[in-house]
Design a protein around this ligand. Structure first.
Ligand SMILES: [Zn+2]
Length: 536
């Protein structure tokens, strides 16, 4: 073990480290929430106390807050290692909206722009900098980092360090060496949604976490309804078009397995009058960025993407995710499906699979490409492990017991408190796909996300006046978002708009009490929303 730990250097004048009270204040100020979500507090207090941390949280549980709040409080420049270059620009804009000073350094910037960012960082302009893992090898970057004073390195999507998953990214293996190269060892926090034992052990070993606080969060997402339907490819397309048409006002993501599949679905959706955009590796950068922008800005309702699109979308109000085809593991599936309903509002996750998909998956695993130096015994082990992961995925698709319980059991959650039957999976409710296959136009589409839910405590059905106000607030949000060139959900989430509808705030103080409204956004948008709410 090398390197000194922060706070351990013995200086007499050392200021008291920030406390959880400070962290809660920062949460309120920047994000408008009075309390942390489960697990966040444990990770944040570990980081503030100078301990390494491993956070295993499902997509949508609020992982990023775990490093964003410490970054604001610790002083210096927190470094976030992320494989998702295409997201960095949006992430930094969203931080700016919340009043946090962010930056990023990646290959989308020119050499001159990179220089400027580094100079500003050294002058103390930023709290957070996002970098891709490949950057950590760069010697110029290393000397910059040594001079920058880095209190925290947060490793996002930390499972990319492990060969056991599908997202192995060799440059993640350089993180430990980079951390050791810094003059003072920063706190290292690793975050991932992948919870299998092998991957978790790999993360701790290969990123060299020192005696980390390990926080594994519940994987239950009660706002998600789960569906698994066996459908032939032809009926699958019919279903998707029927479903998307019926839910035409809702943002959704469809995952297809091939580029051809993506293009075909986009054509069918557009022909049916649903604005859909494609996103896959065969498109050039400009087209991909434009597709992402249109989807984020609500200019296109549906994004159809290949799985190779990987982890790339950060939109909180996605109301459904359809997987047209079988992912290779439940981790992969739950990560993709988990992009639905990140704002906590009801959302649906539909898995549409066929027997042919199973054969394709076996074929892909059998033909895995290995680096030449991987010995045969290791190859057999890895292939065996992937077959095992696939077996669990198939078991979920074909399950005749509760889908939610199946996911929770897979991720190692204690099932004592979980009932045998849930109110929101296709096995427990017996929901069938027929309505969308016949393409009947079911009236009253607005309430559709509640289908299959017997009760919605406290909420009741929204009245017409409420729904109208909600739509007006969405329109206002879109206008304000376009004006500041950010996606609408960055201004306020759907859940926050619903909160405004419920509470009908009369004053700025009232508005500040709506969850999701913090001081920074109140300043920026408060008057506009109050005026709209109180307009007759
Ligand atoms: Zn169930």
């Amino acid at each position: 073990m090398t390197g000194a730990r922060r706070g351990n250097t013995g200086g007499a004048q050392e200021p008291a480290p920030p406390s959880l009270v400070d962290a809660r204040e920062a949460l309120e100020r920047h994000f408008g929430y009075a309390s942390f979500r489960p697990g966040q507090e444990e990770v944040i207090s570990a980081i503030l106390a100078g301990r390494d941390a491993l956070a295993v949280m499902p997509t949508g549980a609020g992982k990023s807050v775990c490093y964003q709040i410490p970054a604001v409080l610790l002083g210096g420049l927190a470094l976030v290692v992320s494989p998702l270059i295409s997201l960095m620009d949006d992430q930094v804009r969203a931080l700016k909206e919340a009043g946090i000073r962010g930056s990023y350094l990646n290959s989308s910037l020119t050499a001159r722009q990179q220089e400027i960012v580094m100079r500003r960082a050294l002058d103390g302009w930023y709290d957070i900098m996002y970098v891709a893992p490949e950057r950590l090898r760069d010697m110029r970057f290393r000397s910059f980092a040594a001079a920058a004073g880095i209190p925290l390195v947060a490793v996002d999507e930390a499972h990319c360090v492990s060969q056991w998953g599908q997202d192995f990214r060799p440059a993640y293996r350089d993180i430990a060496g980079f951390v050791d190269s810094l003059p003072v060892r920063p706190v290292v926090a690793a975050l991932t949604a992948t919870a299998t034992r092998e991957v978790r052990d790999d993360v701790v070993d290969l990123i060299h976490l020192h005696d980390p606080v390990v926080q594994v969060n519940g994987f239950d997402r009660p706002n998600l309804s789960l569906y698994s339907y066996e459908l032939t490819p032809k009926r699958r397309e019919q279903f998707i078009v029927g479903y998307a048409t019926h839910n035409a006002a809702q943002p959704g993501i469809v995952y297809a397995t091939t580029r051809k599949g993506v293009d075909g679905l986009v054509a069918s959706l557009c022909a049916a009058g649903v604005t859909a955009v494609a996103y896959h590796a065969g498109m050039d950068n400009v087209d991909r960025t434009e597709a992402q922008r249109r989807f984020a800005a609500d200019d296109a309702r549906v994004m159809v993407a290949t799985n190779a699109f990987g982890m790339g979308i950060d939109k909180s109000d996605v109301r459904y995710v359809i997987n047209a085809g079988l992912p290779l593991s439940l981790e992969e599936y739950y990560q993709e499906a988990g992009r639905a309903g990140r704002d906590g509002e009801p959302a649906e996750c539909l898995l549409l699979w066929s027997r042919g998909d199973i054969r394709t998956c076996h074929y892909l695993i059998d033909n895995t490409e290995f680096a030449p130096d991987v010995p045969a015994s290791e190859r057999r082990r890895l292939i065996g492990s992937r077959e095992h992961l696939l077996g669990e995925m198939i078991g979920y698709a074909m399950s005749d017991s509760c889908l939610r319980r199946r996911i929770l059991r897979y991720f190692g959650q204690n099932l004592d408190q979980v009932p045998e039957k849930c109110p929101a999976c296709s096995v427990c409710t017996g929901a069938v796909p027929d309505a969308y296959l016949r393409r009947v136009d079911v009236p009253g589409g607005a309430g559709r996300a509640r289908r299959g839910r017997p009760t919605d405590e406290g909420e009741g059905l929204a009245s017409d006046a409420d729904e109208q106000l909600f739509q007006r607030l969405r329109t206002l949000r879109k206008t304000l978002a376009d004006r500041s060139s950010v996606p609408p959900y960055v201004v306020f989430s759907d859940a926050t708009l619903r909160g405004m509808v419920r509470r009908r705030p009369q004053t700025l103080d009232d508005l500040l009490c709506v969850p999701g409204v913090g001081a920074v956004k109140l300043d920026r948008y408060g008057d506009a929303f109050l005026e709209e709410i109180n307009r007759l």
